[in-house]
Design a protein around this ligand. Structure first.
Ligand code: NAD
Length: 346
């Protein structure tokens, strides 16, 4: 284990954010990971305390540390605020969204799932270039949206996916597209991927298959075990990554990593759960798994493995589970059991 400290930004976030962040910090402490946290605010907390959902001090901190753990953020309705999450992606060019789906609690409808979705995070139909067209007296007669994919954007995302596939021992990458209909927008993504795969650094290192998104959605439901890694454009990735989260028990178990040229930000996929905020009953598993991804990113492989094992043992051997998983434990009881598991493995 490295002893030199690693500067990192910590955003507790809104709603259940502080509760699940506290659980994750307790696990990190038990693992003795050397993060040196710079605590910052964003989202609703940013608006309330600094008049901005993404205050300059928070951006400066991430610029300095290039690494952040983030609780869920609420975008206040009214006031014309843009989503802090989208702003973070743009500000730090977080072009890759990594969403692993791993069965943590066996015996569900789908068992032994282990796949990962790599989603392009900045381009495509998601960029929000939309407008209405007036015809006669109807100002909303036509709705239009523009999607933009660039060769450079496709290339860097596909390169990230292919490198990650090799580094993590994935045997097959499925490139998901809709180039039969959207020949230009997703055709560029397909063509860039096929061309990149021909390079000696990738060719034969894993199998590359291509699949149309609608067929992919059906096959994911019928037989998800045939997939290993999916790589796709922004909107398809948005939909498919939630689909695969559903295969492994829902958003409460789904971590996400946003990786970019200038920073990497780790988070749970779920939101701030205002309906249960402050009650101390939130399930911290998704953020804990995001913490494991953060440890992977920092090459703290031993601690990442121990954290994942402790989560597994707490849920499946000790059977300590929060209410959303059918258990009776609150967040504090789950965290205590998890920390005991980590300490036991020391
Ligand atoms: P949500 O994910 O917050 O909640 C959906 C349901 O799942 C709720 O019933 C909630 O109680 C439950 N839930 C979610 N996480 C849970 C956990 N860890 N443990 C137990 N139960 C959990 O979705 P929402 O209600 O649509 O969104 C609430 C707010 O969060 C919105 O303001 C939204 O914009 C924001 N949001 C933020 C992010 C992010 O920061 N990455 C992502 C999604 C939503």
């Amino acid at each position: 284990m490295t002893t030199s400290s690693i500067p990192a930004t910590l955003i507790a976030g809104d709603g259940i954010g502080p509760e699940i962040v506290e659980a994750t910090l307790a696990a990190f402490d038990a693992l003795k990971v050397p993060f040196e946290w710079d605590r910052q605010i964003a989202g609703l907390g940013g608006v309330q305390q600094a008049g901005d959902p993404l205050p300059a001090a928070t951006l400066d901190s991430i610029r300095r540390t290039r690494l952040a753990l983030k609780g869920p953020l609420e975008t206040p309705s009214g006031g014309g605020y843009r989503s802090s999450n989208v702003r973070l992606r743009e500000e730090f060019q977080l072009y890759a969204n990594l969403r692993p789906a791993l069965t943590v609690i066996p015996g569900g409808r789908y068992d032994k799932i282990d796949l990962v979705v790599v989603r392009e995070n900045l381009e495509g139909l998601y960029i929000g270039h939309e407008h209405y067209v007036r015809i006669d007296d109807d100002p909303h007669a036509v709705g239009m949206a523009t999607g933009i994919n660039t060769r450079q954007g496709c290339h860097r995302l596909l390169e990230y996916a292919f490198d990650t596939a090799i580094a993590t021992g994935r045997k097959k990458v499925t490139l998901v597209h809709k180039a039969n209909i959207m020949k230009v927008l997703t055709g560029l993504f397909l063509e860039t991927g096929l061309r990149l795969y021909e390079e000696p650094r990738y060719k034969g290192k894993f199998e590359l298959e291509t699949m149309i998104v609608d067929a992919c959605a059906m096959k994911l439901v019928l037989n998800p075990w045939q997939f290993d890694m999916l790589v796709t454009t922004n909107l398809f990735g948005d939909i498919l990554s939630d689909l695969v989260a559903g295969l492994v028990g829902g958003l409460g178990m789904a971590p996400g990593a946003n990786i970019g040229a200038d920073a990497a930000i780790f988070e749970a996929v779920h939101g701030s759960a205002p309906d249960i905020a402050g009650k101390g009953i939130a399930n911290p598993t998704a953020l804990l798994l995001a913490g494991a991804l953060m440890l992977d990113h920092c090459k703290l492989v031993d601690q990442a493995t121990r954290l994942r094992r402790a989560i597994d043992e707490t849920l499946n051997i000790d059977k300590v589970r929060t209410g959303d998983l059918g258990g009776t434990a609150n967040t504090a009881a789950f965290t205590k059991a998890l920390v005991a598991r980590i300490a036991g493995a020391n």
